[in-house]
Ligand binder design. Structure first.
Ligand SMILES: [Zn+2]
Ligand SMILES: [Zn+2]
Length: 162
């Protein structure tokens, strides 16, 4: 968790800005593990709130949809979102500063990670997945079902060769 002090923007005129550099190591964002979060977050005072703009690089630990192995997925979190002031939540605004003007950007970034992740996550484009019968990870090992079938097919194969 990172707490940014946005209190100078509460009483500021529209258009005033605060920028922060993010350079964080491994983090647990609720249900998501990331290796790092690096980039820029800019806050601009707008009418009735603050506009958040991010450009943050991250590396997310995800599970392959086919073989279920964990792998690392790099993505850039670019978002624009209006947040509320001083703990006041309004319809259509999901995030707000605390009364004192603190803001934790991680929940917003976590949400953007989910937006960025493709529906189907593959550890590599030609991932061969898992055999539904024997559970073998076909990227690493041969399917064990084939071995069971082989001895029975061997005489047939010999017969066909004649
Ligand atoms: Zn895979
Ligand atoms: Zn198998």
């Amino acid at each position: 968790m990172v707490q940014l002090d946005l209190s100078p923007l509460i009483g500021a005129r529209p258009g005033e800005r605060l920028s922060f550099t993010l350079d964080e190591g491994p983090q647990q964002l609720d249900d998501i593990s990331v290796a790092f979060l690096r980039g820029l977050i800019q806050f601009t005072r707008v009418q009735g709130g603050i506009l958040v703009e991010t450009w943050v690089e991250t590396r997310v630990e995800v599970e392959c949809s086919r073989c279920l192995e964990l792998f690392l997925y790099d993505t850039v979190l670019e978002l624009e979102e209006i947040i509320g002031l001083g703990g006041r939540a309004r319809p259509g605004i999901s995030y707000a500063l605390t009364e004192e003007g603190w803001f934790d950007p991680f929940p917003l970034l976590r949400e953007q990670i989910w937006v960025n992740l493709p529906m189907k996550l593959l550890c590599r484009s030609d991932c061969r997945g898992i055999c539904p019968d024997c559970g073998a990870n076909l990227n690493r090992e041969p399917c064990r079902c084939e071995k069971k079938i082989d001895p029975r097919l061997a005489p047939l194969a010999q017969f066909l060769e004649k």
